[in-house]
Design a protein around this ligand. Structure first.
Ligand code: ADP
Ligand code: MG
Length: 257
């Protein structure tokens, strides 16, 4: 088994600062193919920054990253990290779909056209070739009947399900979620979590930053607790939720009750 068969993501000793503030202080994370990893931790601990560095929305300072065995960033001889050349880095990052707290749908496009946009413009595919897949995805997230509607007419939960389908339309090998339900009214989180649970059951590789402890406990294979820019503790949901070892984990989980 080669590394790329085994790990879809390998982040090694990632450091990232904003000015004098060191937000990631040597984070290492490996995600196996088909694995669902939940990242939990207090606000400001660096969870979003970690995902944003992985999709090149932020640049890391030190450390290395591979995606499906391909080098996305590596340390140079001076110890500073460099990303792969632009075109290559873009291609590698396209293997990952990302869903944010705020859905960022294209307001001037219908639901269906939101799904078609990237496959048509980024991949240069023909509409007729993409249409069946996009339609299947809309059925899958339960929004087939909304295909011709504009995003402003959708509820938050529906918008987020469109955002998930839109990311899936690019056929990513990995899905990254950054608190996908935290901007939603409580009664709308269930439908989004159900769509995510279905993806997990289909063995999609997923990294999910979440405040939904029940979801992390039930769906994740592994739970990672981050605090102040480092991974404090990780293990199975039974380990992290059932018998947390670190005091900081215990305090955080206590505060979530
Ligand atoms: P989390 O997602 O765990 O709440 P973040 O990764 O968003 O944490 O933020 C970690 C820290 O980095 C916070 O102190 C935040 O204010 C800071 N931070 C995040 N993005 C930036 C930025 N672009 N510029 C300056 N500071 C930032
Ligand atoms: Mg965040």
């Amino acid at each position: 088994m080669t590394n790329s068969d085994r790990y879809m993501i390998e982040m090694t000793d990632i450091h990232k600062s904003f000015g004098a503030l060191e937000v990631l202080r040597g984070v290492s994370l490996k995600v196996a193919k088909g694995e669902v990893v939940a990242i939990i931790g207090p606000s400001g601990s660096g969870k979003s920054t970690l995902l944003r560095c992985l999709c090149r929305l932020e640049a890391i300072d030190r450390g290395s990253m591979t995606v499906a065995g391909e080098t996305l960033a590596a340390e140079g001889p001076d110890g500073r990290s460099r990303y792969a050349p632009d075109a290559e880095a873009r291609r590698i990052c396209r293997r990952m779909g990302m869903v944010f707290q705020h859905f960022n749908l294209f307001p001037h496009l219908t639901v269906l056209d939101n799904l078609l946009e990237a496959p048509l413009t980024v991949k240069g595919l023909a509409r007729a070739d993409v249409l069946p897949e996009a339609e299947a995805l809309l059925r899958k997230v339960g929004l087939w009947e909304k295909r011709d509607v504009y995003p402003s007419r959708l509820s938050g939960g529906q918008k987020q399900r469109v955002a998930i389908a839109r990311a899936l339309a690019m056929k990513p090998d990995i899905m990254l979620f950054d608190e996908p339900t935290s901007a939603l009214d409580p009664e709308l989180t269930g439908e989004v979590l159900r769509a995510m649970r279905q993806l997990a059951e289909e063995h999609l590789t997923m990294v999910v930053v979440t405040h939904e402890m029940a979801f992390a406990r039930e769906v994740a294979h592994r739970v990672i607790f981050m605090d102040e820019g480092e991974i404090v503790e990780e293990g199975t949901p039974e380990e992290v939720f059932g018998r947390p070892r670190a005091e900081r984990t215990q305090a955080f989980l206590g505060s979530m009750l």
